[in-house]
Write a protein that binds this ligand. Structure first.
Ligand code: AHR
Length: 508
């Protein structure tokens, strides 16, 4: 193991952007044990009067999630929102074709909003543009956001909400480029539908913000062309285009997996370039923002194996699906993805960690039993709590490693934030072999603040066993711990990051 010496500079002049808190969003889909037996388990000893688990509510609050996208995902492309409102005992059971399950509709819009009020997060709604169209989207918008008395708003009031939900962000469908999506269509067909629907929705409520579907991954064969064509139809109608990305370790190649942040950065930059190209060709100054509304580590191949075992008559209720167990390595990659989002916060104005509970989630639950934090919980909760105000570039020269896909990749990746009370630094050591001795010059920060700073919190996520994980039996196997550091008389902060580690520091 060699020791890479790295120099960096914490300078409030290196502004990327003010951070939109919606970058710390989450995503709840009707999928597996996410809603049922996850957030909603009326028989659980810790359930409240509405059937929601209070231990899960406490963990979601601790995670610090700003907005929550709902109700899908693939699920939304076959969903009838009306099934989820009105008296629960009259709600229909439906087949969920996306996940080969039975949907009981016990939880719908009203119950979910009640839960959001408890966790302190804001609703972001997706409309079904897979099996449905403009009229159903308009009905949902009227039901949710209109205060004028109409048949739909009377129904809402009768269902317990006289006041509108006031949903600000709306997704125009989900992953419409994907062959697996119900109602999947071409960029041209989707672009026209999204434009018509967006125009109608704005006629009804001009204050909403709209997200059009970008590609469901950078490796999609239509990536790039899809964004261009969809935006040619919708540039004037929408505010955001979505990006979705999931990463996993392939064939035990941890070093290549640790380059995932580079892929995410390229993805963002390519979508920004495409959106700006469409605007330039139209002589428009409009800047489309990115809603990175699905991102995470996901061992997709495990789900594909499970899906292949379902027979034609298997339509289970709340089956165990996508219950990935995250290890220390996954958490380091995950922390790097958060750093990457902050590094692009001038254009990524919203992002949703997919997902929250039990389904590729930072929080796991056992029916009738405990709830615990996965390894990925820690980078998210710390970045959300400490990373506010403005994002700053934090250039660090710590050498590179060779990636099969990306060539020379920086070993250390870092970003900082500055706010009224101080600053925070987030770093990842992506090397599987080399520790990094870091020296960060705090003088520019001290000069800008006009006062000295001290380190008030340090958090290191690292485990000598990259594959160590938190489980029902051992829920606190992997966590974060403080780490040694020193600031010398020239205001240079020094510390060492072990290989494959993620760290956060708070200066006040
Ligand atoms: O998050 C799991 C699934 O991944 C979502 O339903 C879908 O949008 C994506 O393919």
């Amino acid at each position: 193991m060699t020791d890479a010496r790295a120099l960096g500079r914490l300078d409030p002049a290196l502004v990327i952007s003010d951070i939109d808190r919606r970058i710390f969003g989450g995503f709840v889909e009707h999928l597996g044990r996410h809603v049922y037996d996850g957030i909603f388990e009326p028989q659980h000893p810790l359930a409240d009067d509405a059937g929601f688990r209070t231990d899960v509510i406490a963990l979601v609050r601790e995670l610090g999630v700003s907005t929550i996208r709902y109700p899908g995902g693939n699920f939304v492309s076959g969903y009838r929102w009306e099934d989820g409102v009105g008296p629960v005992d009259r709600r229909p059971r439906r087949l969920d074709l996306a996940w080969h399950a039975t949907e009981t509709n016990e939880v719908g819009l009203h119950e979910f909003q009640d839960w959001l009020d408890k966790v302190g997060s804001e609703l972001m709604l997706a409309v079904n543009l897979g099996t449905r169209g403009t009229q159903e989207a308009l009905d949902l918008l009227e039901y949710a956001n209109t205060s004028v008395k109409t048949a739909l708003t009377d129904e809402r009031a009768a269902n317990g909400r006289p006041q509108p939900f006031g949903v600000k962000m709306w997704c125009l469908g989900n992953e419409m480029d994907g062959w697996w999506q119900l109602g999947h269509r071409s960029a041209s067909d989707y672009g026209k539908l999204a434009s018509r629907t967006a125009k109608g929705m704005r006629q009804l409520d001009p204050s909403i913000e709209l997200v059009v579907c970008g590609s469901s991954g950078r490796t999609m064969p239509t990536f790039g062309a899809w964004e261009r064509e969809v935006l040619e139809h919708t540039l004037d109608d929408v505010d955001f285009i979505s990006c979705h990305a999931y990463y996993q370790e392939h064939d035990g190649d941890a070093q290549e997996f640790l380059a995932s942040g580079v892929d995410m950065a390229k993805f963002i930059e390519e979508v920004v370039a495409t959106a700006d190209h469409v605007a330039a060709a139209r002589k428009s100054d409009k800047r489309i923002m990115i809603s990175f509304d699905e991102w995470n580590v996901w061992y997709l191949s495990k789900w594909q194996e499970q899906a292949a075992t379902y027979g034609p008559d298997d339509w289970p209720i709340a089956p165990r699906q996508l219950e990935d167990q995250y290890n220390a390595l996954d958490a380091v990659v995950f922390g790097d993805l958060l750093i990457t989002l902050l590094q692009h916060s001038d254009r990524v104005r919203s992002a949703s960690l997919a997902q929250l509970v039990n389904v590729i989630a930072p929080i796991m639950t056992e029916p009738g039993g405990s709830a615990w934090r996965q390894t990925t919980f820690y980078p998210f909760s710390l970045t959300s709590r400490l990373g506010h105000g403005r994002a700053l570039r934090l250039p660090v020269e710590a050498g590179t490693f060779e990636s099969d896909r990306f060539g020379a990749v920086a070993r250390v990746n870092a970003v900082a934030t500055v706010d009224a009370d101080g600053a925070s630094v987030f770093l990842v050591n992506r090397s599987t072999t080399d520790a990094a001795s870091l020296h960060i010059d705090l003088a520019p920060l001290i000069a800008a603040l006009g006062r000295d700073v001290s380190i008030v919190e340090t958090h290191l996520l690292h485990d000598d066993d990259l594959y160590a994980a938190n489980t029902l039996e051992e829920p606190e196997r992997v966590g974060v711990r403080p780490f040694p550091h020193a600031v010398d008389e020239s205001s240079v902060l020094s510390f060492t990051l072990p290989p494959v580690s993620w760290a956060a520091l708070r200066l006040e």
